[in-house]
Design a protein around this ligand. Structure first.
Ligand SMILES: Cc1cc2nc3c(=O)[nH]c(=O)nc-3n(C[C@H](O)[C@H](O)[C@H](O)COP(=O)(O)OP(=O)(O)OC[C@H]3O[C@@H](n4cnc5c(N)ncnc54)[C@H](O)[C@@H]3O)c2cc1C
Length: 359
């Protein structure tokens, strides 16, 4: 059996991992150059920074067993600093002790290592830089799927397809698709509709000096959603991400990751980095009560679909299985969490495995 997975983020990769020891011929199609999706990392010189997911927590035994027992752990690192909080007025407070007692994880060379480990362990074929633009159901009995990509290439036939992009992008694929069944097409599109996503901009600011913050603080979290900054993290609190002071000549000592809130991000989504940096450094400076106006370098990433605000209707989406259409991703959990995305991919992998067994 041939299976296609659209998206090599954590959910798609987790599904491929479940299918690694079946007879299925699994191909992942990923529009970006690399794997891991929104669990994303970039590098600059000796610095690594997580500009999507900041870290992950392990809240289920299955995800824990995957991370701690099945995938390599030599580069898994715990972030020991605490998350402090602030509200609209910007007064910094020690965070929730219970939440701070939960371990926070990333990898020495960035959180995208989780996706890379999964990709390697899954052993499936991954076609990167391949944006799927069309799904078509065909075959004599309507039981085969073909995909077309943005370059006009056709892929398939596949007996089943797993769709893992954020819900609005998956809905667009369904709407444009040739499913040969209008009722099913409408039913599945409607099932995705509740999962709207927050739009966020990430600004990364690197300094050749240490930017001071409260002792033992790894990040600052806005808890009332009323501040322009949603999250401000310090990458040097993550082992391996920023070279130790003095060890690397002109390398930066502080790398700040500012995740900006949706109402600030939306109107500025298309603005260039040059226009955004002065605004963001002013806001960060005010929050920290420090002058951070002249970063050594800066980076920007826009996330049109950053985090789901609600869950898609997983029960209704399960009705796609009959036609060989499956769904996974954080939209099914209704929460933008690494662990939830992986869990959703593992579930989808199990459903696909049963589909295979039924023939
Ligand atoms: C700014 C930000 C901060 C976050 N912070 C945290 C955090 O601190 N902790 C935490 O646990 N989680 C966090 N998250 C959430 C977490 O990153 C996501 O929930 C998780 O990575 C989602 O995985 P996924 O597989 O569902 O989706 P994705 O990672 O979006 O994977 C879908 C993949 O599909 C690809 N794709 C889309 N359309 C197509 C197409 N047409 N053809 C081919 N490929 C396509 C995409 O490129 C992507 O790689 C954060 C996310 C963001 C954006």
């Amino acid at each position: 059996m041939s299976l296609a997975i659209v998206g090599a983020g954590l959910s798609g990769l987790a599904a491929a991992y479940v299918l690694r020891d079946t007879d299925a011929d699994v191909t992942l199609f990923e529009k970006s150059r690399g794997v891991s999706g929104r669990a994303a990392t970039r590098g600059r010189g000796q610095v690594r920074y997580d500009h999507g997911a900041n870290h992950f927590k392990i809240k289920t035994d299955r995800f824990g067993s995957l991370v701690r027992e099945q995938l390599p752990t030599d580069d898994l690192v715990e972030i020991t600093g605490n998350v402090w909080t602030f509200e609209e007025g910007g007064r910094l407070q020690e965070g929730d002790p219970e939440k701070n007692a939960e371990a926070k994880w990333t990898y020495r060379d960035g959180v995208s290592r989780l996706g890379k480990h999964l990709a390697e362990a899954a052993g499936a074929e991954i076609q990167t830089e391949t944006r799927v633009t069309l799904l078509a159901r065909n075959g004599d009995e309507g039981n085969a799927w073909t995909l077309a990509d943005a370059e006009g290439r056709e892929h398939g036939p596949f007996e089943a397809v797993l769709l893992t992009p954020p819900a609005p992008q998956t809905a667009d694929l369904l709407k444009a698709g040739r499913l040969g069944d209008d009722v099913l097409q409408k039913h599945l599109t409607e099932a995705l509709a509740p999962a709207s996503y927050r739009t966020q901009l990430t600004l990364v600011l690197a300094y050749r000096r240490r930017v001071e913050r409260p002792d033992g603080c790894y990040a600052l979290l806005n808890t009332d959603g009323a501040h322009e900054i949603a999250w401000l993290g310090f990458e040097e609190e993550k082992p391996g991400h920023v070279p130790a002071p003095g060890s690397a000549g002109p390398a930066p000592e502080s790398v700040l990751v500012a995740q900006m809130g949706p109402s600030w991000s939306r109107p500025r989504f298309r603005s260039g980095r040059g226009a955004l940096v002065p605004e963001v450094t002013a806001l960060v400076g005010e929050l920290l009560n420090k002058d951070v106006s002249r970063p050594h370098w800066a980076d920007k990433q826009g996330w049109r679909y950053a985090l789901p605000e609600d869950a898609a209707d997983a029960e209704a989406l399960a009705d796609g299985a009959e036609a060989g259409l499956f769904f996974a991703g954080d939209a099914l959990a209704g929460r933008g969490r690494v662990g939830a995305a992986v869990e959703s991919g593992l579930d989808a992998g199990e459903r696909l495995r049963q589909h295979l067994e039924r023939g």
